[in-house]
Unconditional design. Structure first.
Length: 66
């Protein structure tokens, strides 16, 4: 996504990432460890009773069903 934006708008990587982050409700991009932590939890014994769920790891950007 950033590469397409860079090519289309003639901007650098940092500016492309800043623009993308500005569209996320949390106003930042997710960090790899946040995704890893969620995965580790779902694979752990503490999540043993969880089934059939969708976990939104999107910084709060999904606004729900309209």
């Amino acid at each position: 996504m950033a590469r397409r934006m860079m090519a289309a708008e003639g901007i650098d990587r940092d500016e492309a990432r800043r623009r993308i982050a500005s569209t996320v409700a949390a106003r930042r991009l997710g960090r790899p460890e946040e995704f890893g932590d969620a995965c580790a939890f779902l694979c752990s014994a503490q999540a043993g009773y969880i089934s059939g769920q969708n976990l939104q790891l999107d910084g709060g950007s999904y606004r729900g069903v309209l």
